[in-house]
Design a protein around this ligand. Structure first.
Ligand SMILES: Nc1nc2c(c(=O)[nH]1)N=C([C@H](O)[C@H](O)COP(=O)(O)OP(=O)(O)OP(=O)(O)O)CN2
Length: 201
């Protein structure tokens, strides 16, 4: 079984090496729609794969990082990076291109890391992100699957969120905790879902 939760962000980028000059040479934005598909091997106490409401914490915060933000490939020149840093509060430096394909891969990577670092409290099974679909326009989307992560050697430390983005997270230390957990500096999972009261035992 698959469940899907939809998110949105308004983001800006340049996609180098694409066919149109508008796209590869001009800073431009899109109203992105992000669809997150989750699976599990069992239902939780409320007979859900994963309560949609529980996606509105760390997962929503990480996707919302891209809202009103400039996303750029780390390969951009130092001059350009400095210009963006000096003139735009919200930016993300990614180890991959900010194409729809790489947004979906990056979000899949991040959501997977978050889920595995979250203590489930409501009888959930092995909840996994199956894919992430990112609609860049009304006519075009990319969908990344877990196996596609092998295309890149993603590392949490290689995705850089500006301090203004971090300041708006519910937990400002969220990303540092995630990095520490995967660096094995934390013994326990850094995120914990609330216990939902049960009508039936
Ligand atoms: N496979 C991809 N192709 C393109 C991407 C991408 O991320 N992946 N991105 C772009 C540009 O960002 C561009 O702004 C969007 O291109 P396009 O879909 O052609 O946009 P249009 O609004 O012109 O398309 P319509 O056909 O008018 O809807 C380019 N390619």
């Amino acid at each position: 079984m698959i469940i899907r939760k939809k998110f949105k962000f308004e983001g800006a980028h340049i996609v180098r090496d694409c066919s149109s000059n508008r796209c590869k040479k001009s800073l431009h934005g899109h109203s992105y729609i992000v669809e997150v598909f989750l699976t599990s091997n069992k239902l939780d106490y409320g007979q859900m794969i994963y309560d949609f409401g529980l996606t509105k914490g760390t997962i929503k915060d990480i996707i919302d990082s891209f809202d009103h933000a400039y996303a750029m490939w780390s390969k951009e020149s130092d001059d350009f990076k400095s210009f963006i840093k000096a003139n735009s509060d919200r930016y993300i430096i990614m180890p991959v291109s900010p194409s729809a394909e790489c947004f979906s891969l990056t979000l899949l990577f991040l959501i997977d890391k978050i889920l595995q670092a979250t203590e489930f409290k409501n009888g959930e099974g092995d909840v996994r992100v199956r894919s992430v679909r990112v609609h860049e326009t009304e006519t075009g989307y990319a969908e990344a699957f877990r196996e596609d992560l092998e295309w890149f050697n993603f590392s949490l430390k290689d995705i850089i969120f500006s301090s203004e983005i971090k300041n708006e997270w519910t937990d400002k230390e969220m990303y540092d905790k995630l990095i520490a957990y995967y660096d094995k500096q934390l013994g326990t999972k850094p995120f914990s879902n609330p216990v939902v009261s049960r009508h039936f035992e």
